[in-house]
Design a protein around this ligand. Structure first.
Ligand code: PLP
Length: 412
């Protein structure tokens, strides 16, 4: 038997069935029109934001990195909860706008911004986090053509990365950001060209559960921002300190200790050098805000045995929830948290593998896990499905089509 990841807090059983946001899984499936189905609980997202607000310094702005989950009702909900949105494409700009996020609250990072993307962002007053010197020149030229000073920040490729990070995005040669050594000259250039100077964006990595590593990264980020601001000869209006807050996906993972992060950052912000005294600081989080608030529900279509092993074959799979199959940024396959939703809380009775309906051995949602006995028609829940699920899986692979998405407890 292989262990399953830890089921996030906030889920309980009603009549022996998993409840999401106080509603039974089978009722949600009936209401949404069937399986496979993602359900997102807005109350869990609001609680998560509240816990961040209480643990982190009041001065710190909280941004949502919307690539984690761009479902429109989630965006509308998050727009009410957080201070800003971080987008990474022209398409995300349209989605954020449609969700009612004011352009002044949006910043746009990401390599390979096309001229049309830059023009759309500049025309609306969105802050661009510049990824290169060439992108800066294109943004300045487009601003000139539009008769509008672009709002420009520089994304810095720091000389360090986030220890224990699942996905390293800073340190060494990277397609992201401008190498720290080249930043002061570029800052001087864009300020002299008449852009509205918006400061730095420094993102060193993602998915860390180690509070001390995040505190160390934030301290290094603030020190780097101070040094680069001095060398640029300009005060910093704003500084995005990145994110990296992880969630427990796998057996043995423990939640991030927010109090440690908050206390350390409080000390940092209380002792800022002069160039950063009036800087507006923010962090940008994706999965930490929405990941644990989502559940992926599939129905068992077939129960079969092969060479003594039991397989529960579902109507879902990696085309909706690639990460749970272990094929999205993980080296060793480990089990996500999962359960038989229609027997939630029942004791494990057998060792089975839960697989999807795709014709590939990669399509395994749970490998040799301990579950209560389940039959055709029972529902399987895969947790931690609120981020990088529907939008980060190869939905066209094998032609089964998309999963439905459903939101409960939305404020909007
Ligand atoms: C993807 C991304 C995020 C969000 O990452 P999470 O691990 O989901 O918090 C934040 N900032 C940038 C620049 C990103 O590319």
């Amino acid at each position: 038997m292989k262990p399953l990841g830890p089921i996030p807090a906030g889920f309980r059983a009603i009549d022996g069935e998993l409840a999401i946001g106080g509603r039974k899984a089978s009722d949600l499936v009936a209401e949404a029109g069937g399986t496979p189905l993602f359900v997102y609980d807005g109350a869990l997202m609001a609680a998560r934001v509240a816990s961040l607000r209480s643990a982190l310094p009041a001065r710190l702005g909280l941004h949502y990195a919307m690539k984690a989950n761009p479902f429109a009702p989630v965006l509308r909900h998050m727009a009410r909860l957080v201070d800003g949105f971080d987008i990474a494409s022209g398409g995300e700009l349209l989605l954020a706008e449609a969700a009612g996020v004011e352009p002044a609250r949006i910043s746009f990072a990401g390599p390979g911004k096309r001229d049309a993307d830059l023009a759309a962002a500049i025309g609306r007053g969105v802050t661009l986090n510049l990824e290169s010197a060439r992108e800066a020149e294109r943004a300045l030229a487009i601003g000139e053509r539009l008769g509008q000073a672009p709002r420009l920040a520089i994304r810095v490729n720091p000389d360090f990365d986030l220890k224990g990070s699942g996905m390293k995005m800073g340190g060494g040669a990277k397609p992201f950001g401008v190498d720290a050594a080249s930043v002061p000259a570029l800052a001087k250039r864009i300020i002299a060209a008449g852009a509205e100077w918006r400061g730095f964006h420094i993102y060193a990595g993602s998915q860390t559960l180690d509070a001390a590593a995040i505190a160390a990264m934030q301290a290094a980020t603030i020190a780097l921002a101070a040094r680069l601001a001095e060398e640029s000869g300009a005060v910093l209006p704003a500084c995005n300190l990145g994110g990296g807050f992880g969630i427990p996906y796998f057996p043995g993972d423990l939640p991030l200790d927010l109090d440690i992060v908050g206390a350390a950052l409080g000390e940092q912000l209380a002792a800022l050098p002069g160039v950063l005294e009036n800087t507006a600081f923010c962090i940008e989080l994706g999965r930490y805000l929405v990941g644990e608030a989502g559940v992926y529900l599939t129905r068992i279509i077939d129960r079969k045995e092969s060479h003594g092993e039991v397989f529960l074959v579902t109507d879902g799979g990696l085309h909706h929830q690639l990460a749970a199959s272990g094929n999205f940024g993980t080296v060793v396959r480990r089990n996500y948290p999962s359960a038989i939703a229609t027997k939630f809380g029942a004791e494990p009775e057998e060792v089975v593998s839960v697989v999807g309906c795709l014709c590939t051995p990669l399509d395994r949602l749970a490998d040799k896990g301990g579950f209560p006995r389940a039959e055709e028609g029972d529902l399987v829940a895969v947790f931690c499905a609120g981020a990088y699920g529907a939008s980060a899986s190869p939905v066209n692979f094998l032609g089964h089509g998309p999963a439905a998405e459903w939101m409960v407890n939305a404020s909007a």
